[in-house]
Design a protein around this ligand. Sequence first.
Ligand SMILES: Cc1cc2nc3c(=O)[nH]c(=O)nc-3n(C[C@H](O)[C@H](O)[C@H](O)COP(=O)(O)OP(=O)(O)OC[C@H]3O[C@@H](n4cnc5c(N)ncnc54)[C@H](O)[C@@H]3O)c2cc1C
Length: 476
Amino acid sequence: MQIHSVILLSLVAFAQATSVIVLGAGASGIFAAKQLKAAGIDVTILEARPDAIGGRMHKVEFPPKSGRFVELGANWIEGLGSNITNPVLPLVQKWGVNFKPTDFTNTTYRSASGSFDQSVFQDRLAAFSAITEMTSELSDKRMAADALDISLRAGYRMAGWYPKDEIDYAIEWNTFDYEQAETPDDFIMDKPAEFGCGYGSNCLKLNKTVSEIRWAVGNDGVSALDLPVSRQSPVKVTCKDGSVYTADYVISSFSLGVLQNVDVKFAPTLPDWKIQSIHSFHMAAYTKIFISFPSKFWTDNTEFIWYGATRRGEFTNWQVFDAAPYKEYFKGEHVLLCTVTDQVAFRIERQSDEQTKAELVQVLKNMYGPKVPNASAILVPRWNSDPLFRGSFTNWPIGMIKEEFDNLVAPINRLWFTGEHTSLEYFGYVHGAILAGTKTGDDVVKCIKNGCPKYPYHPVIHNAHGTTKFGKGERQ
Ligand SMILES: Cc1cc2nc3c(=O)[nH]c(=O)nc-3n(C[C@H](O)[C@H](O)[C@H](O)COP(=O)(O)OP(=O)(O)OC[C@H]3O[C@@H](n4cnc5c(N)ncnc54)[C@H](O)[C@@H]3O)c2cc1C
């Protein structure tokens, strides 16, 4: 009798559909869930935000009560025009989203004392363009030779770039920091990236802030790692509201910044090699400050205004929503977007919006004179302190090696990791998130249906011993 009931129970267990929980409804989580759903797998998405999917793409009405919306997160579809199709483009076309090309050359330069000779600015810009081309060629050669990574600053210097004043720093900041949110001093020269369930469905659960992910039974995570998948325990996810979800597989799409903090507890603690990789990559800070005025006071009609800041990166890039191609949409509203990155972004997040407003107005007065009116509204997103993001997007630090990336991506038992930071080629971008989510979804489907694909991981990453031989090849 006892034997029979055991057999019956195991048959019942066998007949249950395999379930997967996807944590987070940003681009990567949604695309992972889509692949699972298409394969007929029972999938649930748990998302902390009460009213929105999309993660680091998030639109907000600005100016308040204007009926106009600005994007606090991603708004550029990068790399169009290259021979690779960015997967965001067909989506935008499919859903008829209105989009316009940005013309970065449509820029006016203004110094801290007002106007500036634009031909001098254009000459300096052309000189820097030549430098970036030389640096890019140097990078190609170094990558072909598998040379040790160096900083982009070293590359710029090797190509002859020695910035000497505010114009040079404004050009450098707007060309580099404005895209990557870090300085060339902190950034790799040989960058691998080249280009550069829906609402209303019951598989999406909003307002579910995950607080704990139990990926192995008990505390013995290390020995649990050696178990074959069939003997690994299901994953248990606990939310702040006390609800508990259990699934055969869990895919975390939380940002690298969330993984680097303590907002979500992993039980047992993740293995050392995983923790090391999580903390080895950079989560950059990129903040878009929107400011509106009762009237237009700026005299330039270009899409961008670059400011020759005395302190590097302090309010260097202004995007003008009164200018083409945004003018039509923002008709009647006088909105400027000022972007800050890195240490300036951290500082701005810590201070009051009133303080930031005063600083921005002062810079505008430097550029356009004392008649600049008081700003009517300001909007300062706080991606870095938000516990759901803890930053804007990832970058690879200088000297990073592929083994560390393998460890960042590798699943642990039935716990899988996705998100923009797990895209080898397009980390940091929406298309990176989409491609990573799609791949993780496909791999979990394979794992369930045909056997799990092998992911490399490295319990210890040893010192890299290069080809340099001390004492040989010395010069007199
Ligand atoms: C200011 C800014 C500008 C950018 N500009 C561009 C651009 O122009 N072009 C471009 O391609 N990319 C840009 N990016 C990067 C791009 O937005 C991201 O790479 C991409 O959206 C990341 O998607 P993801 O799915 O990996 O992560 P996320 O979008 O972060 O998704 C993770 C999800 O998990 C949820 N979550 C987190 N913690 C919990 C928890 N405890 N419980 C439950 N849910 C949780 C979050 O709410 C979120 O919805 C920008 C990003 C920022 C912030």
